[in-house]
Ligand binder design. Structure first.
Ligand code: SAM
Ligand code: SF4
Length: 335
């Protein structure tokens, strides 16, 4: 094998520095745009990587130049042993930034411990501030513990706390403005997300599609001022950020159906069963679990990772009629 000289560079000269790790496909909520209404076929738990196996893979990624990891799900807080896993990850010398995505239902009691263990930032899903609408979207969710979880993350000093609102016409678009006021009051960042056609549930969600430009023009009207693009507001992620008044709060919009973010893509995803998924909007994936459970050395697993990155697709295909992502569920990918 060739010695690694310059980290993970894909065929389009993009440097891969960011790994999103889905620790479970399970969730305590059933958001209708994420989980199919007839229920999910869960992976067998024995199929999941153990936390020891995940730690090993993440260590190898950090040795290859990844310095940013986000833990996601399903809902990461429903997997037992998560706190000890976070503590393990925090000891990896190459890992500079450890964050999490959560629905916050179980966050109230865990936020401080997670922050102390090394989770510095958190993204929290919150699609409505109205208990009934919240329940309608999440199917079995409960707004109050989520609001308490958000406050606990802020009190624990996670910075930033980012709220993610999937905006759906006719369901919660009447709350675009009140959600902004809620975030500004708390000093939380806010991102408005267009529905993405991933899996059957995601495709059903696009019936309520509301384009980012419309969201932006509503915000402009609400604030009575032009939205100023935030400094560094177009990073490697999919969101474009704007400053609200003089700051510090930023709002972002994530427009999945335009391809604008693919050129700067710096990320790959690891599923709970150890598949390395190269693009959110493509089926390409490589099992890392096979090598792991067949006694591969660190160097052999790194070679599998390098080979996979050499096949990272250029962009997603959300706009193509024959896109194959309809086969997959967002809940097993973690967004
Ligand atoms: N359970 C955690 C949560 O809800 O934040 C983490 C996993 S969840 C899959 C990650 C993000 O994906 C959430 O913000 C959720 O709203 C978003 N998401 C799921 N399905 C989506 C879809 N079809 N379109 C747009 N966003 C979606
Ligand atoms: Fe669960 Fe998050 Fe999917 Fe909602 S969006 S069902 S909270 S994984």
């Amino acid at each position: 094998m060739e010695p690694l000289m310059s980290g993970l560079i894909d065929p389009f000269n993009r440097s891969i520095r960011y790994l999103r790790v889905s620790v479970t496909d399970r969730c305590n909520y059933r958001c209708f745009y994420c989980m199919p209404s007839q229920g999910m076929e869960w992976e067998e738990r024995s199929e999941f990587l153990t936390f020891e196996e995940m730690t090993r893979i993440i260590r190898l990624f950090t040795e290859l130049g990844v310095d940013k990891v986000r833990l996601t799900g399903g809902e990461p807080l429903v997997r037992r042993g998560l706190l000890d896993f976070v503590k393990q990850l925090h000891t990896l010398p190459g890992l500079k930034d450890l964050s999490m995505s959560s629905n916050a239902h179980l966050l109230g009691e865990q936020a401080q411990a997670l922050k102390d263990a090394g989770v510095s930032r958190i993204n929290i899903s919150l699609d409505s501030l109205d208990p009934e609408t919240f329940r309608k979207i999440t199917v079995n969710g409960d707004l109050q513990p989520v609001l308490e979880g958000i406050d606990a993350a802020l009190t624990a000093g996670m910075q930033p706390v980012k709220i993610n609102m999937v905006v759906m016409r006719g369901l919660n678009d009447g709350e675009i403005e009140s959600m902004l006021d809620y975030a500004v009051e708390r000093g939380a960042d806010l991102r408005y997300i267009e529905t993405m056609p991933i899996g059957e549930a995601g495709i059903a969600g696009t019936d309520y599609y509301m384009p980012a430009v419309e969201i932006l023009s509503r915000l402009k009207e609400h604030l009575g001022e032009e939205l100023i693009p935030a400094k560094g507001g177009k990073g490697a992620g999919p969101a474009r950020y704007y400053q609200v008044s003089s700051g510090p709060v930023r709002v972002g919009v994530i427009s999945a159906l335009s391809r604008h973010f693919c050129d700067d893509c710096n990320r790959v995803r690891l599923t709970a069963k150890g598949d390395l998924v190269l693009c959110l909007g493509q089926e390409d994936r490589v099992s890392l679990r096979d090598g792991l459970r067949n006694g591969f050395s660190d160097e052999q697993i790194k070679a599998v990772i390098l080979d996979a990155i050499a096949h990272k697709p250029r962009s997603h295909e959300f706009n193509d009629d024959n896109s194959k992502v309809s086969l997959r569920h967002m809940s097993s990918l973690g967004g």
